[in-house]
Design a protein around this ligand. Structure first.
Ligand SMILES: [Zn+2]
Length: 372
C-alpha cells in the first residue's frame, strides 16, 4: 500500500516540525465554480499575506502553484518552511480549504488517509474486463492515465481471449463446453483480480457490469477476495467512460457512507461519546482504537507540550502534572496528535447527512470505539 505509506510518512515528518510551517490546503478542483479561471491562485496569495508568511517563501509557493496549470487533483496540500521543507501532495479528495503559518497542520491529511481507503473496481461484461483503482493520493505511474474522480486504470491481461459464443445455458455439448470455457476464464480473471487487488492495497472491491456476469464472476472469485467485495453494481459498459466512472464514484461514496454508519452503530453498542469521556478513554485509559469526530468541530482544548497531553480543564494555564505553561489548541489538531500517539484510527466525518447528524446530536461531536 505504497500510497497510504507515503501519506503516513508525510504526516509524521511534517507534524514533527518545530515550525513556523506553512500548511495550506488549496482547493483546485476544476469542477467547483469558485475555481474557474484559477481564482484559487488569488486566494492562496491573499491567505499567505493574511497569515504573515515571509515574502520569499510566498514567492516560492506561488511560482510552484502558478506553474501547475492542470493540477490533476481536487486539493493541493502544501507544506513549506524557511528551511528545507517544501512538499506538495495532490489529493483526490475535497478538503475544506485552510491556510496556516505556525504549527504544522496535518489534521486534513489524516482525514484523507482514514476516510478514503483505496477502492478497486472490477468492471466486466461479455467482451471486456477492466480494473480501476482509486486512492487518496493521485499518482499515475508510467503510462497509466489519471481519469475522472481520481480513478486510474490498471492493465490486466488474461492469457486467453474472452470466450466467444452464444452464451447459451443449454445443456447440449456445445453449450456445456461454452459454459466450461466461461467458468475457467472467470477463474483466471478472479486470480488476476486477486493479484492486482493485493498489489494495489485495495481493501474494498466493487464489481460492476451486467448483473448475470458480476454474479457469476463473484462466485468464481478466490475465497480471500470474497469478503472484500462491498458492492455489486449493474452497469452497461457501453456507456461513455465518464459516465461509468461517475457511477463507480457514486457506488464508492455509498459504500463509504455505509462503513461510517457501521462504525457509529458499533460505537453505540460498545463505545464512548462526548469530548470529556472520549479524551479520557483515549489519553488516560488508552482503550480507544477508532475515533469518529465531526469535521465541523470548532472546539478548542488546552495542551501541555511538555507531556503531549490534553488538559481537560480549559482554565488551567499551568499543567497540573508538570507545572509548565499550557496553551489552547484546536481540538481537531489535538485529536490527530493523540490518535497518532495511541495508535487509534481517526475518521473525520463531514457534510450534512445521517452520519454527521448522529455524531453531532447523539454523540456530542466526538466518539470512540473501545477495546474494553
Ligand atoms: Zn505537563
Amino acid at each position: 500500500m505504497a500510497q497510504a505509506q507515503d501519506l503516513r510518512q508525510a504526516i509524521t515528518s511534517v507534524a514533527g516540525r518545530p515550525g513556523p510551517v506553512l500548511s495550506a490546503y488549496l482547493s483546485v478542483n476544476a469542477e467547483i465554480p469558485e475555481n474557474q479561471g484559477r481564482v484559487y491562485l488569488v486566494r492562496l496569495r491573499d491567505a499567505m499575506n493574511d497569515e504573515g508568511v515571509p515574502g520569499e517563501l510566498q514567492q516560492r509557493v506561488r511560482t510552484y502553484a502558478e506553474d501547475e496549470t492542470h493540477p490533476g487533483a481536487r486539493t493541493l496540500a502544501i507544506f513549506a518552511d524557511g528551511d528545507d521543507l517544501f512538499e506538495i501532495y495532490r489529493l483526490q479528495v475535497d478538503v475544506p480549504e485552510s491556510f496556516r503559518w505556525g504549527d504544522p497542520y496535518v489534521a486534513p491529511l489524516t482525514l484523507v488517509l482514514d476516510e478514503y481507503e483505496p477502492y478497486g473496481a472490477a468492471v466486466l461484461d461479455a467482451e471486456r474486463f477492466r480494473y480501476f483503482v482509486v486512492s487518496p493520493l493521485s499518482s499515475a505511474h508510467g503510462d497509466e492515465e489519471m481519469k475522472a474522480s481520481g480513478f486510474r486504470e490498471v492493465d490486466v491481461h488474461p492469457s486467453e481471449p474472452y470466450p466467444r459464443g452464444g452464451g447459451s445455458t443449454d445443456l447440449d455439448p456445445a453449450g456445456r463446453k461454452h459454459q466450461a470455457n466461461i467458468h475457467s476464464f472467470y477463474k483466471e480473471l478472479g486470480e488476476l483480480t486477486r493479484d492486482v487487488t493485493f498489489r494495489e492495497g485495495v481493501r474494498r472491491l466493487i464489481l460492476a457490469g451486467p448483473k448475470e456476469r458480476t454474479a457469476e464472476f463473484r462466485r468464481t472469485l478466490p475465497n480471500e477476495l470474497q469478503d472484500r467485495v462491498v458492492a455489486e453494481e449493474h452497469v452497461d459498459l457501453g456507456s461513455p467512460e465518464g459516465e461509468l466512472l461517475d457511477r463507480l464514484e457514486a457506488v464508492r461514496e455509498r459504500a463509504e457512507h455505509e462503513r461510517e454508519k457501521e462504525l457509529l452503530d458499533e460505537i453505540r453498542e460498545s463505545g464512548v461519546r462526548g469530548l470529556d469521556v472520549t479524551v479520557a478513554a483515549l489519553q488516560e485509559e488508552n482503550r480507544v482504537y477508532h475515533l469518529a469526530a465531526l469535521w465541523e468541530l470548532e472546539a478548542e482544548i488546552r495542551w501541555c507540550d511538555n507531556e503531549q497531553l490534553a488538559i481537560r480543564e480549559i482554565t488551567s494555564e499551568v499543567c497540573p502534572f508538570c507545572g509548565q505553561k499550557t496553551r489552547v489548541r484546536p481540538l481537531k489538531d489535538v485529536l490527530v496528535d493523540l490518535a497518532a500517539a495511541r495508535g487509534a484510527r481517526l475518521d473525520f466525518m463531514l457534510g450534512e447527512n445521517e452520519n454527521t447528524d448522529t455524531l453531532r446530536d447523539e454523540f456530542g461531536g466526538v466518539a470512540g470505539l473501545t477495546r474494553f
